[in-house]
Design a protein. Structure first.
Length: 298
């Protein structure tokens, strides 16, 4: 039977192109969704009352999310190729496996960033400057696992920049009373899902000497995740109040809370396959919230 999954599309691509598509994780779209969804929240909240979100802007940010997630993965693999060779889950990545040279990945990175710049230049001047400011986070995030047990926090600051950028792309500047709580909620969300993700690799991380919140929290992980989830929900409520959201928005926030509670309650941090399943299910969290924003606005 034919499958139309992202992984199948990558496998169907010409052989010489496949390592580059795998380098940008096109076969694993969960991360792209998690980068894109905070953008959709912001664009949705910035829409005029009674109106649908700007579909042109949603499409533009979708393309940008694919390119910037790909660029981030390329940078990550360039920094981590020696680590990746020592971890079973990542040993087959193109740089670690030797399918692509460092020079080739550098050229490919330049191409992705050039295309992402073209997308950014379609926005207003305020948003161009704001978007460019995130590049330092994109470049330095992969180093954080060598320095701190909180690389997931830095990832949160990086991955949720769209919560600021989406609003400014529509309005021309940020309404900080809305954008900052929305951004904070995204950061808390990232701490939840990426801590779960990090539990897949904790044994390998100890062996090769890199750090993560999974290693920091250990058996207290569920308590920490519960705290982050509560902070996310409170921040979403503050953002909703500050832009006059309606009952349907808060219903979606409640549904997000229920989904996160189920994730955390049923999580088995010692089973990598369960950690991956819970991590990937966070796309549903983001879509639930976006749906609530759209319906509440209408």
């Amino acid at each position: 039977p034919h499958s139309f999954s992202a992984a199948e599309l990558v496998r169907a691509a010409p052989g010489p192109l496949q390592p580059y598509l795998r380098l940008m994780r096109l076969h694993q779209p969960a991360g792209t969704w998690l980068l894109y969804l905070p953008c959709t929240w912001s664009i949705g909240l910035a829409a005029d009352p009674g109106c649908l979100p700007d579909w042109h802007m949603l499409s533009l940010f979708g393309v940008g999310a694919v390119l910037m997630r790909g660029a981030g993965c390329t940078i990550n693999d360039m920094w981590d190729r020696d680590f990746d060779r020592k971890v079973a889950r990542t040993a087959s990545r193109p740089l670690a496996a030797g399918d692509i040279s460092t020079f080739q990945s550098f050229v490919f990175l330049g191409g992705q960033l050039s295309l992402a710049l073209c997308v950014l230049l379609c926005l207003n001047y305020y948003s161009i400057v704001l978007g460019a400011a995130s590049l330092s986070l994109v470049v330095t995030y992969p180093l954080m696992k060598r320095i701190t047990y909180w690389p997931q926090l830095v990832l949160g600051l990086t991955f949720n920049w769209g919560a600021l950028l989406g609003w400014s792309a529509i309005k021309g500047s940020c309404e900080w009373s809305v954008c900052l709580p929305l951004y904070l909620s995204g950061v808390m969300w990232t701490l939840v899902y990426d801590t779960i993700y990090a539990h897949q690799d904790k044994k390998d991380d100890i062996m090769i000497g890199v750090k993560s919140t999974a290693l920091q929290f250990k058996e207290d992980t569920k308590q920490w995740l519960s705290g982050f989830s509560l902070a996310m929900l409170l921040s979403l409520c503050v953002a909703g109040v500050n832009c006059n959201q309606t009952f349907l928005y808060y219903s979606a926030v409640a549904a997000v809370g229920a989904h996160l509670a189920h994730q955390i309650y049923t999580l088995d941090i010692d089973k990598p396959e369960d950690c991956w399943k819970k991590f990937a299910s966070n796309r549903t969290v983001g879509i639930l919230l976006f749906t609530g924003i759209v319906l509440g606005n209408l």
